[in-house]
Ligand binder design. Structure first.
Ligand code: PEP
Ligand code: MN
Length: 263
């Protein structure tokens, strides 16, 4: 169902007035984790100032260590909902278990399926049974074929509002946190009719690579770019090494807009 052979036109998903997949790249900025109302509000204000329509932030965090910050859970979703109403931003947030989906439907605009859950088939089927847009991230070591099949799991249950997100894969290379598979973008665009995003934060794990990789993503035809922004990354409860602070976000945004005007 996700195959280009089944449907030749691009799927366009309307979220909060943003036509995702219609030609102009969409941006999803926001903190790695929801930590407090004030923290998310600071980022939301900057996003709104740039005229952007979406915000991300994790309430359920899939962390490597059980002793690391696990997210605020439902309280985090409530913060996101409040921010959404106050700033007019659509919320993109990760859901990690089918048990949380029903509750989350009232709070979120886009359900993110994280890399670690790309092949959590019961979760894929459960989001497939909703009509919420889904941002599906590529698994840490998933082939493109496996990634496409994960999207197929969702669509096979009736939900056609799926966005794919390349977020880097694990290779032997240690210079970056993951290896951004930039060629996945045109392959996914050829093989499927779905919008394709690039997460420049988790793929690189390096603040100095966010802008060049975002340019590469847009140049190669990505429909959207995701990047993490935190008011004070040095005290962030997750991914403190790679989030942009607000002045860095402003500079990133202005540079990428300048770059896009060249096309
Ligand atoms: C995230 O976007 O918050 C995240 C955890 O990313 P990934 O699932 O790609 O590691
Ligand atoms: Mn993160």
């Amino acid at each position: 169902l996700v195959s280009r052979k089944k449907k030749s036109e691009d799927t366009v998903i309307n979220i909060n007035g943003e036509q995702i997949g219609a030609g102009t790249p969409t941006f999803v900025f926001g903190p790695c984790s929801v930590e407090s109302y004030e923290q998310v509000a600071a980022v939301a204000a900057s996003i709104k100032e740039k005229g952007q329509k979406l915000i991300r932030g994790g309430a359920y965090k899939p962390r490597t260590s059980p002793y690391d910050f696990q997210g605020l859970g439902l309280d985090g979703l409530k913060i996101l909902k409040q921010i959404s109403q106050e700033y007019g931003l659509a919320v993109v947030t990760e859901i990690v278990t089918p048990a949380h989906i029903e509750e989350a439907l009232d709070y979120v605009d886009v359900i993110q399926i994280g890399a670690r859950n790309m092949q959590n088939f019961e979760l894929l089927k459960a989001v497939g049974e909703t009509n919420k847009p889904v941002l599906l991230k590529r698994g840490l070591a998933a082939t493109i074929d496996e990634f496409i099949h994960a999207a197929e799991y969702i669509m096979s249950k009736g939900n056609e509002n799926i966005m794919l997100c390349e977020r880097g894969i694990r290779t032997y290379e240690k210079a970056t946190r993951n290896t951004l598979d930039i060629s996945a973008v045109p392959i996914l665009k050829q093989e499927t009719h779905l919008p394709v995003f690039v997460d420049v934060t988790h793929s690189t794990g390096r603040r100095d690579l966010l802008l060049p990789c975002a340019k590469a993503a847009i140049a190669i035809g990505a429909d959207g770019v995701m990047a993490e922004v935190h008011p004070d990354p040095s005290v962030a409860l997750s991914d403190s090494q790679q989030q942009m602070d607000i002045p860095q976000f402003n500079a990133f945004y202005d540079e990428i807009q300048k770059f896009m005007k060249q096309y």
